[in-house]
Design a protein around this ligand. Structure first.
Ligand SMILES: [Zn+2]
Length: 134
């Protein structure tokens, strides 16, 4: 969902407008949610919006964001995974939550992986075609 920041010439405030799609951004006249004025200037371009999303994801890959992560400590990993999920703003599904819960209770990551064969590695892409047998 695109979110744009506008400056309103009438009330001189910065406002955020939400749109259901990029097409709607082009089709609709932006109306200030504070004063109802239509003299709005878009402050953040579509490109800037996309880029900021990307940089948010980049920051997850930034070694700095791994600070405090101890791979040998399941609880530390669980905390990091929750943070990652939160930053992405996505519910990563029941399996993910189960893994995090079990890590948090101190279970060994390897034993979790073994008990959940459907995890099938870290990519989770399902690109491997081993599963349908011969
Ligand atoms: Zn206004």
């Amino acid at each position: 969902m695109p979110i744009y920041e506008y400056g309103c010439y009438d009330c001189r405030k910065r406002v955020n407008l939400f749109f259901r799609s990029f097409a709607e951004v082009e089709a609709k006249t932006a109306v200030c949610p504070r004063c109802g004025g239509t003299r709005l200037k878009r402050l953040i371009s579509k490109v800037a919006f996309v880029r900021s999303e990307e940089s948010r994801l980049d920051s997850l890959a930034d070694p700095g964001s791994l600070a405090g992560l101890d791979e040998n400590d399941p609880k530390s990993m669980a905390r990091w995974m929750r943070k990652m999920s939160h930053e992405m703003g996505e519910d990563l599904g029941e399996e993910f939550n189960e893994v995090v819960d079990r890590l948090e209770s101190g279970e060994d990551p390897e034993s979790i992986e073994k008990s959940m064969p459907e995890l099938g590695g870290e990519s989770g892409g399902g690109a491997d075609d081993d599963w349908f047998g011969d």
